[in-house]
Design a protein around this ligand. Structure first.
Ligand code: PBG
Length: 315
């Protein structure tokens, strides 16, 4: 008789046939950088995640490197809503690199934390100016590369930005800097806590004229195909949990590394339930992150990265 339970008898045989393995090599940790000194502000809607001044971010990076995580996604949180404040990230790149040369620094490229109205592109009379925004996004990307970024991650969802950024980087001798594109970024309700963290909620309207409709899978695959054609080295799907079917289809359709962003709302839901004692945080996080890998993700961007690294090292 066929008995599938034979291979579930004990942990040794279970681990011998285990198909998916989560390791610290898969993880990227997001960091929110603020101007100032010795600042470590907890984000109210994201327990244990902080806005950090550069000196404190350097300490945090050292801690994470000791836990086996060496890839970081940087977000700038400016004190003023001004496109000129984008250079907080340049400053962070330069200072972190001068202290920790081989920390792998990825920069999110978007305008929403810096524009007065909180939109991801420049607006005029309430309308997004796509091509002008792409121009600015490519200049910002180049300045990040010049400041030492190892990878550029555009998250704005403007049309044509990957092509323009690739061209600009290549023209300026940064042809070895990869682009990880937020290719299938959905107009999700799971970004709420991040918008608190980065103070980037749109002041009018929503992001539905540029982020994908949550109901659309074929359109997501068209976005991904286009980004690959324009030169994306890694494509990202965001959020992760409610879009694992897109991850699976992407991995099956395109022969390219896939990243998922386990976003702020996904993180905070787990944290809140864990704080109430309603779920086992460690087991729930390991299960959800493993499911992302099982669906086809190579890379997971997650606020849980630090906890996961600790749990994996004590297993
Ligand atoms: C910038 C950006 C956002 C996130 C990553 N980059 C916010 C948004 O699009 O509103 C969200 C990340 C998260 O929720 O953890 N555009």
């Amino acid at each position: 008789m066929k008995r599938l339970r034979r291979l579930r008898n004990n942990e040794t045989i279970r681990s011998l046939i285990r198909e998916t393995h989560l390791t610290t090599n898969d993880l990227i940790y997001p960091l929110f950088i603020k101007d100032g000194y010795k600042i470590k502000e907890e984000i109210p809607s994201m327990p244990e995640i902080f806005r950090l001044s550069i000196d404190m971010a350097i300490d945090e990076i050292k801690t994470l490197r000791n836990l086996g995580i060496n890839a970081f996604l940087l977000f700038g949180v400016p004190n003023k809503k001004d496109l000129k404040c984008i250079n907080i990230v340049n400053k962070a790149l330069e200072e972190i690199k001068s202290e920790i040369k081989d920390a792998y620094l990825i920069t999110d490229v978007c305008l929403c934390s810096y524009t007065e109205d909180g939109h991801c592109g420049i607006t005029k009379d309430g309308i997004i100016l796509n091509d002008e925004s792409v121009e600015l996004l490519s200049e910002i990307s180049l300045s990040y590369a010049q400041s030492g970024a190892d990878m550029i991650a555009p998250s704005d969802m403007m049309d044509g930005r990957v092509k323009k950024i690739r061209k600009t980087l290549d023209k300026n001798n940064f042809s070895d800097i990869p682009i990880m594109s937020y290719s299938a970024k959905f107009a999700s309700s799971f970004y709420g806590p991040f918008r608190d963290a980065a103070n980037s909620a749109p002041k009018f309207g929503d992001r539905k004229t540029y982020q994908l409709d949550i109901a659309n899978k074929n359109e997501a695959l068209r976005e991904i195909a286009l980004d690959i054609e324009e030169g994306a080295d890694i494509v990202m799907i965001k959020p992760a949990l409610s879009f694992l079917d897109i991850v699976e289809a992407t991995k099956r359709t395109f022969n390219i590394p896939v990243a998922v962003y386990n976003v702020s709302g996904e993180y905070s839901m787990v944290k809140a339930a864990a704080q109430k004692g309603w779920i086992d945080e460690k087991e729930v996080v390991l299960e959800t992150l493993t499911s992302m890998k099982r669906a086809g993700a190579d890379i997971i961007i997650t606020y849980h990265a630090k906890d996961v690294a600790k749990w994996l090292s004590y297993q």
